[in-house]
Design a protein around this ligand. Structure first.
Ligand SMILES: [Zn+2]
Ligand SMILES: [Zn+2]
Length: 370
């Protein structure tokens, strides 16, 4: 047993609950890889031969839509690095079987497949902001939705200023492939009819982004870009709230402590909040001071320290908003693969509770269902 395992009792509880939920969502415990780690013979889509050897590795079967509201943590890694065990940021709210995607960092597309949500029936994407660790899979998602050929309804992409431009740029990527396949395969769908980008105003009080028969989505400006930066650019960052019949869920995206986010999150069932360990904050403050002394006052270290939330920041927002449950994601640092650095979830949970939040705190993992 590793140090990692010995410190996981709250996470283990969350994991077991997630496994049960995931099995309900997937309709089978054979659909997902981390369930497979509990029962190797029933691995994801895998058949075994008479000798017990793996024979084929098929795609996950699509379960029947389940009623209710679930959150699927597709990618929980924080920042632009690429990790073996965690995808970049992406989450899905699935309401009565209909998915809504929040952010689409590198690896999201694969996580959508592994979660059995898939990507062909995804019609709504919400970007918290346009840093590439939240957007990288968008061109691939759009292109493969078009190439899949079955999609008849448009994909609407919402996000802060710049989102429409980003979708237009991704459409250029889609268009070259579409030209070839239209000539060569007799396809008829114009990709520009399938993808629409929408710039959402960044406001201090919640603004309605979307309302349909399943969900109302509202947004506020979060505190990911400091005033010294917003004074020089039109880019902004957003946090989203999803209200369904059963639940209310807030995704902060990337943010430092924010009163806007507190207002958005008032009484929410799930407060899905980014976090960086206090040690990450301290190290980046020290590096930022060194950079400033060397003549660079606007360093990456300063960006990291000033525009993300420590566990204490998360706890203060959660307590003030009186949310029921905190779900930590966009983890800085994330756990390393076996043989790497030790990782204690108490780095995060103790800080959140120490700031006055008395409810449940869940440190998320990729493909966790809540
Ligand atoms: Zn980020
Ligand atoms: Zn960011």
């Amino acid at each position: 047993m590793t140090n990692h395992d010995t410190q996981l009792s709250p996470a283990e509880r969350a994991r077991r609950r997630a496994l049960a939920s995931l099995a309900r969502l997937a309709g089978t415990t054979a659909a997902l890889p981390f369930i497979a780690s509990l029962a190797p013979a029933a691995a994801f889509g895998q058949q075994t031969t008479a000798t017990g050897a793996p024979a084929t590795l098929g795609p996950p079967s699509r379960p029947a839509p389940q009623p209710g509201t679930r959150v699927v943590m597709l990618g929980t890694h924080g920042g632009p690095g690429i990790e073996r065990d965690r995808a970049q940021t992406s989450s899905a709210v699935v309401v009565d079987g209909v998915p809504y995607l929040v952010d689409c960092g590198y690896g999201s597309l694969r996580q959508l497949v592994l979660s059995t949500i898939g990507y062909q029936r995804l019609d709504a994407i919400f970007f918290t902001h346009l840093h590439d660790d939240h957007t990288s899979d968008l061109p691939a998602l759009m292109s493969l939705q078009w190439t899949g050929g079955a999609k008849k309804t448009p994909t609407e992409v919402y996000g802060p200023n710049g989102t429409a431009r980003l979708v237009d740029a991704a459409l250029e990527f889609v268009r070259v492939n579409a030209e070839i396949r239209t000539v060569d395969e007799g396809r008829t769908i114009d990709p520009t009819t399938l993808f629409h980008g929408h710039d959402v105003a960044a406001t201090p009080a919640p603004t309605r982004v979307l309302a349909d028969e399943r969900v109302t989505v509202t947004a506020v400006e979060s505190a990911h870009y400091p005033a010294r930066s917003t004074a020089k650019m039109s880019h902004r960052a957003l946090s989203y709230r999803f209200d369904t019949k059963e639940r209310s869920i807030v995704f902060t995206g990337d943010t430092a402590y924010s009163e806007n986010v507190v207002g958005l999150a008032k009484g929410a069932d799930l407060f899905v909040c980014e976090v960086m360990a206090q040690s990450v904050y301290d190290a980046n403050i020290a590096r930022a001071k060194e950079a400033e002394a060397a003549g660079n006052p606007v360093s990456i270290a300063r960006h990291v320290a000033e525009t993300h939330s420590t566990p204490s920041d998360v706890g203060k927002m959660a307590a003030k908003a009186k949310v029921k449950t905190v779900v930590l994601y966009h983890l800085l640092p994330g756990p390393r693969p076996p043989g790497g650095l030790d990782y204690a979830i108490t780095n995060f949970t103790d800080g959140v509770r120490g700031a006055g939040f008395a409810g449940e705190v869940i440190v998320s993992q990729d493909l966790m269902v809540l």
